[in-house]
Design a protein around this ligand. Structure first.
Ligand code: ADP
Ligand code: MG
Length: 229
């Protein structure tokens, strides 16, 4: 475990609300979410398409405004931060995996995992060693120099997982990370992801509509009519 031995929640939501106006109509997507995620805890977020999973992850990811309520990351109230401080908090505490990999197409696998570490201030040698360690653990030791377009969907998602974990974030936010893969590949990639997350003591919040995958996690939350049940 590499995370500090603190019991402070890595994320805390109090009365989180979000609505969207569309064609003169207001849709209340999140209607008062309360949630605490503890260090090292792996939490599944279940809900059908359109239930607000991505909206909730975007709130915790500090990527968008428009939310009401309190969002704390690593004990810090995000609403009290400047844009720069929020970017730093996001960089230092959070990792992201999306349904589609969002890798940089002109960089190879190892470079995609090195880059966020350089941004976080690591040396090239450290970043490269860490990238190779992660990609090897994910079975991509023989694909380090391949660009995303030269990789299969499962391999692309493994690189995205390595990139998200590279800076050992306290919390990994994963939005249907295996939603674009066939069942067998999805199972394997999720298993490898969970193993690495547990191994380094990160917490994770994983949105999925797959119950079977959800029940491999420590806790299962369900989004229903804008609330957690
Ligand atoms: P999920 O990830 O569970 O499929 P989302 O969080 O993407 O659900 O979306 C929840 C609801 O919010 C949907 O009805 C969607 O249409 C609506 N929504 C999401 N983002 C926006 C937006 N930027 N503008 C308007 N409506 C949105
Ligand atoms: Mg979504």
């Amino acid at each position: 475990m590499n995370q500090p031995a603190t019991n402070k929640p890595v994320a805390s939501l109090r009365n989180l609300r979000r609505s969207f106006s569309q064609g003169g109509e207001t849709i209340e997507v999140l209607r008062g979410i309360h949630l605490e995620i503890r260090p090292g805890e792996i939490v599944a977020l279940l809900g059908p398409s359109g239930s607000g999973k991505s909206t909730m992850l975007q709130a915790i990811g500090l990527l968008e405004g428009g939310f009401e309520g309190v969002i704390e990351i690593a004990g810090v109230d995000a609403s009290k931060l400047s844009g720069d401080a929020r970017t730093t908090l996001r960089r230092d505490s959070l990792g992201f995996v999306y349904q589609f990999h969002h890798l940089l197409p002109d960089f190879n696998a190892v470079e995609n995992v090195v880059l966020p570490q350089l941004v976080a201030g690591k040396t090239t040698a450290e970043a490269r060693a860490r990238a190779e360690e992660l990609l090897t653990a994910l079975g991509l030791g023989h694909r380090m120099e391949h660009r995303p377009s030269q990789l299969s969907g499962g391999e692309q998602q493994r690189v995205a997982v390595a990139r998200a974990l590279a800076n050992r974030p306290a919390l990994v936010l994963a939005d249907e990370p295996t939603g674009n893969l066939d069942e067998a590949t999805a199972d394997r990639v999720l298993e490898e992801f969970l193993k690495l997350v547990r191994g380094q003591g990160s917490a994770a919040l994983v949105a999925t509509h797959n119950e079977r995958l959800a029940f491999r996690m420590d806790r299962v939350l369900r989004l229903h009519e804008g609330m957690l049940e």
